[in-house]
Design a protein around this ligand. Structure first.
Ligand SMILES: [Fe+2]
Length: 379
């Protein structure tokens, strides 16, 4: 549901769902300190909706999910609503999937647990307040634990796609420029990686190109003037599209590296993707054009992405590819996306991280050495 105030959209959903006991999950401050929170509480009271409120901060972990679900054994709530950034939405998604399951969520995480997620869930409404992960449109929740045996892995099932996503551009207006930039670059990375993915399809391509065009015309305005609701709306839809694209076409090596980094240290996902996407895209295109030349399906797709993101046709495949790389590197520089060292990463993690980075659906092979070089250059 796009464009209406939060409580108006909730009103129409509640008329259909009739939920009387809600688990409400929000971030720790930005939403709860905004007037929108007061409006929501007043609406709950008017509608006599019983709710339990939990806040979460930082990247979501199995512990934060189990901490909520363990509170319910007999009286399972009838709805979960998560309002916040990607971390909050992922926490809400995992809570809605695990309520009533009575087992730790870690048992169901890909590559960590041994059990297949059951796919049962309590209805879930995702209300994003940052335009980035597109979790409001995806079937997975990413949970992590940092440290020596750290991981960043997904709880995934087709039925975990949120039942509703409410996109109210006003809710994004309070998102600070640094978070807007990093999350926006995450969405752009997802659109781009999905667009050139080996799993791309005609329908996901349409979502990806439309998302890249919206991001192209509105990324800078959303970062520079948070109150520009047209720009916020564009970025919110670009992020939603990126979720549709990644859930159906898959991602690439930027997300492979970001996943490995996220298991080693606490680093915001958007910042990890944002710092890597420029250089990774450059290296992939260098390799593709060296092996296959400029006139190939994938390189032409990078050119289309360049025209969409830069807002104009530069006359040739090479011109549009260059505009893509220029736009990405300019945004990373102008909006101060930090290098990895800012988050405490040091050179001794490079080889572990490169070995743990999956290529996912990247359209060209990259060796562990090539991935190591990329990580080293962004240190
Ligand atoms: Fe992402």
């Amino acid at each position: 549901m796009f464009g209406s105030p939060l409580v108006k959209s909730l009103g129409s959903i509640f008329r259909y769902l009739g939920a009387d006991h809600v688990v409400l999950i929000t971030g720790s401050r930005s939403f709860t300190e905004s007037p929108h929170f007061g409006n929501l509480l007043a609406w709950f009271s008017e509608e006599q909706v019983r709710f339990d409120h939990y806040t979460c901060s930082g990247e979501p972990s199995p512990g934060s999910v189990d901490g909520v679900t363990a509170k319910y054994s007999g009286d399972i709530p009838s709805l979960v609503i998560a309002i916040g950034g990607g971390s909050v939405i992922d926490t809400g998604k995992a809570v809605s999937a695990m309520l009533g399951v009575n087992k730790p969520v870690k048992m169901f995480l890909e590559g960590v647990g041994t059990e297949t997620p059951p796919g049962t869930k309590v209805p879930f409404i995702a209300v994003p307040t940052t335009a980035g992960t597109g979790s409001e449109a995806t079937k997975n929740a990413v949970l992590s634990e940092v440290g020596r045996d750290g991981f960043k892995k997904s709880l995934r099932h087709d039925r975990y796609v949120p039942d509703y996503a409410i996109i109210d551009p006003e809710l994004y207006a309070g998102c600070p420029p640094s978070v807007t930039a990093a999350s926006g670059l995450d969405a752009i990375t997802q659109l781009l990686e999905g667009f050139v993915s080996t799993g791309a399809q005609p329908l996901t391509d349409q979502y990806a190109l439309a998302g890249l065009k919206m991001a192209g015309r509105s990324f800078e305005n959303a970062c520079r003037n948070g109150a520009d609701l047209d720009a916020r709306g564009d970025m919110a839809l670009a992020a939603f599209n990126s979720g549709v694209v990644l859930a159906n076409a898959g991602l690439g090596v930027v997300h492979g590296i970001a996943g490995a980094l996220g298991g080693l240290r606490r680093v915001p996902h958007g910042a990890a993707c944002g710092t890597l996407v420029g250089l990774v895209t450059t290296r992939i295109i260098e390799k593709l054009t060296r092996i296959q030349g400029w006139d190939t399906h994938t390189v032409r797709k990078y050119a289309l992405a360049g025209a969409a993101l830069s807002g104009g046709d530069h006359g040739s495949v090479q011109g549009n590819v260059e505009s893509l790389l220029d736009t990405l590197s300019r945004w990373i520089r102008e909006f101060d996306i930090p290098a990895l060292g800012t988050y405490g990463f040091t050179r001794d993690i490079i080889s572990t991280c490169a070995q743990g980075s999956g290529l996912k659906n990247t359209p060209v092979e990259l060796s562990v050495e090539e991935i190591s070089d990329i990580i080293r250059a962004r240190m």
